[in-house]
Design a binder for this molecule. Sequence first.
Ligand SMILES: Nc1ncnc2c1ncn2[C@@H]1O[C@H](COP(=O)(O)OP(=O)(O)OP(=O)(O)O)[C@@H](O)[C@H]1O
Ligand SMILES: [Mg+2]
Length: 395
Amino acid sequence: VSSQPHCFHCIHGFALAITSLSAADVAKQYEHIRELGKGTYGKVDLVAHRTQGTKIALKFVTKNKTKLKSFLREYSLTGSLSCSPFIIKVLDVLFETEDSYVFGQEYAPAGDLFDIIPPQVGLPEEMVKRCMQQLGLALDFMHSKSLVHRDVKPENVLLFDRECRRIKLADFGMTRRVGCRVKRVSGTIPYTAPEVCRASRTEGFLVATSLDVWAFGVLVFCMLTGNFPWEAALPADAFYEEFRRWQKAGCPAGTYPSQWRRFTDDALRMFQRLLASEPEKRCGVKDVFCFVKYELVSELRRRASCRAKRGERSSSGVCTGSCSSSSSSSTPRPSHRHPEPSTPPGTSCLRPAPLKRSVLSDPLSPREESGQHQSPGRDKNKSQMVMATAIEICV
Ligand SMILES: Nc1ncnc2c1ncn2[C@@H]1O[C@H](COP(=O)(O)OP(=O)(O)OP(=O)(O)O)[C@@H](O)[C@H]1O
Ligand SMILES: [Mg+2]
């Protein structure tokens, strides 16, 4: 590709050269095998290099949704973290097409973690513990470099085998340095920490490692149960409110919130630390390592909680007890339905929310938070060297 025009971007004295390739050039170099994923900002394709035969993943980021600066930040950040065995490796493949910026990554042949979590059942505990250890190490590595991932969720965990013996954290598009002020994107997902859900859209919030710790706690819950603990960490969410009240009351034994009854006391202690409502009281991600030696889900409690749930329904499958009037119709409630907002928290009628793929960013606006520096600028003259400081590019 040396005959192709390049655009150089200097980071820490190193130049990042972006080659311009037409769609035909890309097809000449790479055989398209299949699409691996599609997101708000682009897609990831599995391709094979035509002469070398190696399979790689190409991440295409649409130009009209992402600035060059953000794309380069994701590429350089991923590259700077790639020395960890638990973080996806970027390759020396970086180019732009007419409509996308593209970089190459090692291919994770077993897909992502979301795809292997059996809905409403969860993964075997041994697998969850392997994931906790590897992801804990990936996040701890990032945190030791004062970087916060900000989009921890199963879709961003890539697998090299279906038993989760080798997994890697990916997708550093949202990663920022600790202490950066960022604007909140509209909407929340179940992994979003309560302080972010509450943050004002104009003032934003300061990036902290405790955001990843919260998301990690939610992720562990999802892996163990196949459900979300709540849809949003907001008082209007009945599941969250039930959990928060229990926490506020000092987590009394014997009155566990409905979704948490299956866990052992050790697991509940771990969740209390990961999901402490005040970010300052949240533990570090490393603190989970001491919990992997304990049993997390109690088979006895799980069965008792299932029996209790069955007993709480009438033969028609409709909730009995303190349900709101909306659930007293003769039509059985679909098991995946989220409670009506009017359902009082702490009742037997709560139905867990099943996992679904979550998108953090506002699909209508670019992923750059407003209020950040402007892009270093893209000169139409492709051979021009554009200088940017490391700080501008990296965080
Ligand atoms: N290296 C890879 N190997 C296998 N599958 C991958 C790889 N990279 C991404 N995928 C698949 O593609 C999906 C989307 O990738 P990724 O998370 O990087 O993009 P995105 O969510 O659109 O990114 P962003 O949030 O930065 O816009 C992943 O959830 C995963 O299923
Ligand atoms: Mg992603």
